[in-house]
Design a protein. Structure first.
Lengths: 107, 118
């Protein structure tokens, strides 16, 4: 099974900072990488699918990049409403899906 | 408006069974894979199972194989998760979600809490 290693596990940054979260797959997953945001007490929401496709309504300060085994979620200018835990998800057409361990982002 | 509503959670003793239901509305469920995820309180997310739009492919995480069964009824726009031989470590909030073919899950329900305890 594919393992997803996400880092850091937590980070604290200031409003306006650029933030990056990385996710490494144990084997190549092509474009099958998504990022979710989960605010405290809320349901996870899909931010980015297929490595870099921003979902409708997601602010443009969020972006995704990478290929093969190494992927990055970037927030260009951190805002107070971005406080949340972020998860990467490695998925493929059919078999097992695996989340990263999560990154808690604080201001 | 796309909606997914889970039901069937509750308190069950170890070794017991529960059947979770997921009622879908606002879209044609037969066009989507249906997924189940779970999240232990205070912990991370875990994919549990998913089923092809017409039920021809089914996959499970290793920890629930042989104990959980995912199914769907497209005529009722519903998906189900039959959970047998429940263990304390199955305690979690269970979410159903939909995913387009070869894409990640884009809509999730609000979740239903399953507590396995004596």
């Amino acid at each position: 099974d594919i393992q997803m290693t996400q880092s850091p596990s937590s980070l604290s940054a200031s409003v306006g900072d650029r933030v990056a979260i990385t996710c490494r797959a144990s084997q190549g997953i092509s474009k099958y990488l998504a990022w979710y945001q989960q605010k405290p007490g809320k349901v996870p929401e899909l931010l980015i699918d297929a490595v870099s496709t921003l979902q409708s309504g997601v602010p443009s300060r969020f972006s995704g990049s990478g290929s093969g085994t190494d992927f990055t979620l970037s927030i260009s200018s951190l805002q107070p409403e971005d406080v949340a835990t972020y998860y990467c998800l490695g998925y493929a057409s059919g078999p097992t899906w695996t989340f990263g361990q999560g990154t808690k982002v604080e201001i | 408006e796309v909606q997914l509503v889970e039901s069937g959670g509750g308190l069950v003793q170890p070794g017991g069974s529960l059947r979770l239901s997921c009622a879908a509305s606002g879209f044609t469920s037969s066009n989507y894979w249906m997924n189940w995820f779970r999240q232990t309180p205070g912990k991370g997310l875990e994919w549990v199972a998913h089923i092809h739009p017409h039920g021809s492919q089914i996959y499970y995480v290793d920890s629930v194989k042989g104990r959980f069964t995912i199914s769907r009824d497209n005529a009722k726009n519903s998906a189900y998760l039959q959970m047998d031989s429940l263990r304390a470590e199955d305690t979690a909030v269970y979410y159903c979600a939909r995913s387009p073919h070869t894409r990640a899950s884009d809509y999730w329900g609000q979740g239903t809490l399953v507590t396995v305890s004596s």
